[in-house]
Ligand binder design. Structure first.
Ligand code: GDG
Length: 472
């Protein structure tokens, strides 16, 4: 990929920084970005995860690995509360996941958001050289491109939104929605997970702001013409498959099989988040046991749900709801030998996750709304091709587009639908499981974290080279 056109350091901004892939802890995104950074040299900049009195004025925490520098700054307690807990996760996260009922709009959140976007851009600008290409990630930093332009930076700036972009009818509920979208148009290339998200964004520009769709990939607002396209993210498929075949993972799988005593395991892996549809999933499992009683004592649901954003009330409420639901279902159906549902809120290593996925007959991925959902792809990558499991997938996950031909597609709001798919999954003959698995394996190994990075960056570097000039 290193053509002349791709000259220039890559500078990445995301909420959290690293780790680079050789640390062994890196997820797909970090593996993809790590590769891209190493190839071009560059900087990965973001929040340190720490709070301090100086906040975004704190000294840089710098770590160097070859030609790549990881640079972090702190936030103050207040910045963290109002920006991260406030605007990012109380205003934008629910809104972008179509959950106006959960979204909180407070002026001080918005002020903190604008302040942090401005501060991060200001700090970042001190690190930039003229030839750099900047790639900003996710909803925390919708306005960093705009703020970077204010500092005088003229190089290409790309942005990738990891979560959905809702229809304009929903996005318009955001106070100052127009000004946010006008700010986003200072990016040169904006990437979305799916065509639908991209269309929603472009419709906001045309229907709400009077802009114009120039062609399939370009949209114009005022004197700015930018590229807006779908770049579905992938995983480090080979890496995850290797983990699932590792000796540790196989040992774990053996242990699980012994514990399961011939029962089927259904697995769910999600940050504990209301967008992931975990209570709905438990209700569907309840329905499976009610409607198809032959599964009692024969099927177990293992839900891994590491705690996330636990400082926010909506997340604490969710945890309570889940624990009550699981307690209720286990109380109603459990026996001395069999616990229908096990929920674990601690995190596992990636190696253990890979082993657990491989040992599970069904991967149950039922978000109510999800940008992509990497777990769906990881479940596929972890399967044993000789005896693969079945993926039950929500039609509202971004991953639905690529995996629908092989997965059992469900509406997560309909417990009867999900229970029916679970029943089909646990009774599915080997030949059909293999056929479905092969259908899903292809896109999972073709569109990876690495190819996603390369495709987005090819567009961004081409933009600078003038191949896709945004000039109107
Ligand atoms: C956002 C968007 C989009 C989970 N539990 C453990 C663990 N995980 C890993 C999974 C997977 C990742 O976390 C979760 O990724 P998802 O894609 O499922 O969801 P979000 O965290 O909401 O991510 C999403 C993604 O960004 C990328 O663009 O797909 O739509 O919401 O890799 O395996 N990892 C470890 N222990 C755990 O217990 N080690």
């Amino acid at each position: 990929m290193d053509t002349n056109k791709e000259k220039g350091r890559l500078v990445v901004l995301s909420n959290r920084v690293g780790p680079l892939s050789d640390s062994g802890k890196a997820g797909g995104l970090a593996v993809g970005l790590g590769d891209a950074l190493r190839r071009r040299g560059g900087i990965w900049f973001g929040w340190s995860g720490k709070t301090s009195e100086q906040g975004t004025f704190s000294a840089f925490d710098r770590e160097t690995e070859g030609d790549v520098e990881l640079v972090r700054v702190d936030m103050t307690e207040q910045e963290n509360t109002d920006f991260y807990g406030g605007y990012a996760n109380t205003t934008l996260w629910p809104l972008m996941h179509y959950r106006l009922d959960l979204a909180g709009f407070e002026r001080r959140f918005e002020a903190a958001y604008r302040h942090i976007n401005q501060r991060m851009a200001a700090r970042l600008s001190t690190l930039l050289e003229e030839d750099d290409v900047v790639w900003v990630h996710d909803y925390h930093y919708l306005l960093v491109g705009h703020e970077l332009r204010e500092t005088g930076f003229k190089g290409p700036i790309g942005f990738f939104l990891h979560i959905p972009f809702p229809p304009p009818e929903i996005f318009a509920a955001l106070p100052n929605a127009n000004s946010i979208v006008r700010g986003m148009v200072d990016y040169d290339v904006i990437g979305f997970q799916t065509e639908r998200d991209c269309r929603n964004f472009c419709r906001y520009i045309t229907d709400e702001l009077g802009g114009e769709q120039v062609d399939e990939a370009r949209v114009r607002l005022g004197d700015r013409t930018i590229i807006a396209k779908a770049y579905p993210i992938g995983i480090d498929a080979e890496g995850f498959e290797k983990l699932a075949r590792s000796a540790d993972a196989l040992a774990l799988r053996k242990k699980l099989y012994t514990m399961l005593e011939g029962r089927h395991q259904v697995v769910g892996v999600d940050r504990l988040d209301y967008s992931k549809g975990i209570p709905e999933r438990l209700r569907a499992f309840d329905e499976l046991l009610q409607t198809y009683p032959e599964n009692r004592g024969k099927v177990t649901l293992l839900q891994i749900a590491p705690l996330s954003r636990a400082e926010l009330e909506s997340y604490r409420d969710l945890r309570r709801e889940l624990e009550e639901l699981a307690g209720h279902i286990n109380g109603a159906f459990g026996t001395l030998e069999w616990t229908p549902i096990r929920i674990m809120t601690r995190g596992f290593t990636r190696r253990a996750l890979a082993g657990i996925c491989r040992a599970s007959r069904v991967g149950l991925v039922t978000p109510l709304r999800d940008g992509m959902n990497l777990v769906a792809k990881e479940y596929v990558a972890a399967q044993d091709p000789e005896n693969p499991g079945v993926l039950v997938l929500s039609r509202f996950a971004g991953a639905a587009r690529e995996l629908q031909a092989g997965a059992l597609m469900v509406n997560p709001h309909d417990p009867g639908d999900v229970a029916g798919a679970l029943q089909t999954a646990v009774t599915m003959p080997l030949a059909e499981r293999q056929r479905r698995f092969e259908t899903m394996r292809e896109p999972v190994f073709r569109t990876t974290a690495q190819s996603w990075c390369a495709d987005f960056l090819a567009e961004l570097y081409a933009f600078r080279a003038g191949d896709r000039s945004g000039a109107a």
